[in-house]
Design a protein around this ligand. Structure first.
Ligand SMILES: Nc1ncnc2c1ncn2[C@@H]1O[C@H](C(=O)NS(=O)(=O)C[C@H]2[C@@H](O)[C@H](n3ccc(=O)[nH]c3=O)O[C@@H]2CO)[C@@H](O)[C@H]1O
Length: 125
C-alpha cells in the first residue's frame, strides 16, 4: 500500500508531549493512534519534535534505507527526542502491551513527493 504523509504523522508524530517515560505512554498512544486494531503493531517510534524539524530531514543526508535497498532515505543531522514502543512477548491481542523507552537518537526516514515529505520511518541509530 502506498505510504502517505498522513499515515506517517498519525503513526510517528507527537510534538505536543515531552519525552515520555510514563510506562503507560505506549499502551495509550499505540491505541489512540490506531496501531492496535486487528493486530498489535510490533515496534513503533514516536517523535517529540515539531513537524518542521522532521520535514527538514528530507533535505539532510540522503542514504540507502536500512529496511530496503531503496535510496530515498535521509538521516537526521542531529539527534531527536524519541520514544520507542516495543510489544512485550507476554502481550496477547487485543491487549497490546508495550514497553516505553525514551532516547535521543538520529533517525532515518524515507521521503517522497515534490516537495519531499516524510512517508516512512526506517530506523533510529
Ligand atoms: N524507502 C521507502 N520509500 C517509501 N515508502 C516506503 C519505503 N520503505 C517502506 N515504505 C513503505 O512504508 C510503509 C511502512 O509502514 N513501512 S514499515 O517498514 O512497515 C514501517 C516500520 C515503522 O513504522 C516501524 N518502526 C520500525 C523500527 C523503528 O525503530 N521504529 C518504527 O516505528 O515498524 C514498521 C516495520 O518495521 C509501507 O507502506 C511501505 O511500503
Amino acid at each position: 500500500r502506498k505510504p502517505s504523509v498522513q499515515d506517517f504523522k498519525r503513526q510517528h508524530m507527537d510534538p505536543d508531549s515531552p519525552p515520555n517515560s510514563r510506562p503507560t505512554y505506549c499502551n495509550q498512544m499505540m491505541k489512540r493512534r490506531g496501531m492496535t486494531k486487528g493486530s498489535c503493531k510490533r515496534v513503533n517510534t514516536f517523535l517529540h519534535e515539531s513537524w518542521a524539524t522532521v520535514k527538514a530531514i528530507c533535505s539532510q543526508r540522503q542514504m540507502t534505507c536500512k529496511t530496503s535497498s531503496r535510496n530515498n532515505c535521509h538521516k537526521s543531522s542531529s539527534t531527536l527526542h524519541i520514544t520507542d514502543c516495543r510489544l512485550k512477548g507476554s502481550s496477547k491481542y487485543p491487549n497490546c502491551d508495550y514497553t516505553t523507552t525514551n532516547s535521543q537518537k538520529h533517525i532515518i526516514i524515507a521521503c517522497e513527493g515534490n516537495p519531499l515529505v516524510p512517508v516512512h520511518f526506517d530506523a533510529s541509530v
